[in-house]
Design a protein around this ligand. Structure first.
Ligand code: HEC
Ligand code: HEC
Length: 271
């Protein structure tokens, strides 16, 4: 018993002796992150891209870049204050408070929805998903639901909260594989769904019934693509405030394949 107790005490002592990791004294409120964005765009875009994107001489710092190594507030603060020795990343010369503002900005553009505490009731959100929201007609979560839209089982780990909110409230451009199409064959049969794949000779159409049809274009009279996504976008108005918030909370907690999603990135959405 005794040696173990000794080791535990020693461990505790060395924890106490370590200097505390600095944490952001300004917090991460939206206003702090916004002032950090302005500072960043003034001091860092000679190398990194605007708003944290990829730049000519520095890597992307935002979520889309996803190859960042420094994750904690303290580590990012350290990089901004001291640079990365042996690389082109210089010490910024920013005062501590300004450096913390930039830290808040970088953390903010990196966060996936699942990194944030999104208020709302997950269970009620799931009820909206399968009920009044009608989402499960087109989307699957953990094997339950439709196929016309992407599988959302790990959307919380893949998308930022803003992207989730935008998907539910705004008209956006349609990602590959989700363009609605109506195919009329030479025989006069009509099929509707989303175009999964198409080239000069063939077209693959996914129907709502989850049936995948492959058409040889020589047997097709017309294929009419729609510019409007099947994803409805007025859920902030058609759902109650509580329903909308519960739905967001539920989506933000879908993280079935978090590790895979973080490593492989956007392309995995819906696969
Ligand atoms: C002179 C060009 C240059 C400037 C100016 C610059 N950076 Fe960098 N930065 C780099 C390069 C290059 C790297 C990659 C270093 C490496 O190879 O690890 C980097 C890396 C970083 C990283 C680490 C990424 C990670 O997770 O590993 C952070 C954070 C960062 N920069 C933030 C900033 C901020 C904030 C500013 C402005 C205050 C800034 N940089 C200004 C060139 C620059
Ligand atoms: C009629 C079919 C349909 C319905 C109903 C529907 N969606 Fe979608 N949804 C889609 C399609 C198709 C896409 C992909 C194309 C796009 O993003 O516009 C999509 C995209 C999304 C995305 C974006 C995913 C990403 O990776 O950015 C989210 C989030 C989403 N839907 C959630 C919902 C929720 C929540 C509901 C219910 C409130 C819902 N959808 C209802 C078809 C639908």
């Amino acid at each position: 018993m005794k040696p173990i107790l000794f080791a535990v005490l020693l461990g505790a002592a060395s924890l106490v002796a370590q200097p505390p990791k600095p944490s952001n004294p300004l917090g991460d409120a939206p206003a702090v992150a916004e002032s950090g964005r302005l500072l960043y765009n003034r001091s860092c875009t000679s190398c990194h891209g605007p708003d944290g994107g990829e730049g000519a001489r520095g890597p992307a710092l935002d979520f889309a870049g996803r190859r960042y190594f420094r994750v904690s507030e303290a580590a990012i603060f350290d990089v901004i204050k001291n640079g990365i020795p042996g690389t082109a990343m210089p010490a910024s010369g920013l005062a501590d408070n300004d450096a913390w503002r930039v830290v808040a900005f970088i953390r903010n553009i990196r966060a996936t929805a699942s990194d944030l505490v999104v208020p709302g009731e997950e269970q009620n959100g799931m009820a909206v998903f399968t009920g009044v929201g009608g989402c499960s007609r087109c989307h699957m979560i953990r094997g339950q639901g439709g196929v016309l839209g992407p599988d959302l089982s790990s959307i919380g780990a893949q998308a930022s909260l803003n992207r989730l909110r935008d998907a539910l409230t705004k008209e956006r451009s349609i990602p590959n594989g989700y363009r609605p199409v109506t195919v009329t064959t030479l025989k006069g049969e009509i099929f509707t769904g989303v175009a999964r794949n198409s080239d000069a000779f063939s077209l693959q159409l996914l129907e709502e019934s989850s049936k995948l049809r492959l058409f040889d274009l020589s047997e097709v009279r017309s294929a009419v693509f729609s510019k409007q996504s099947l994803m409805p976008h007025g859920y902030d108005k058609s759902l109650s405030k509580t329903q909308f918030q519960d739905l967001l909370a539920m989506l933000s907690r879908q993280t079935r394949t978090k590790v895979k999603a973080t490593l492989q990135g956007e392309n995995e959405v819906g696969r």
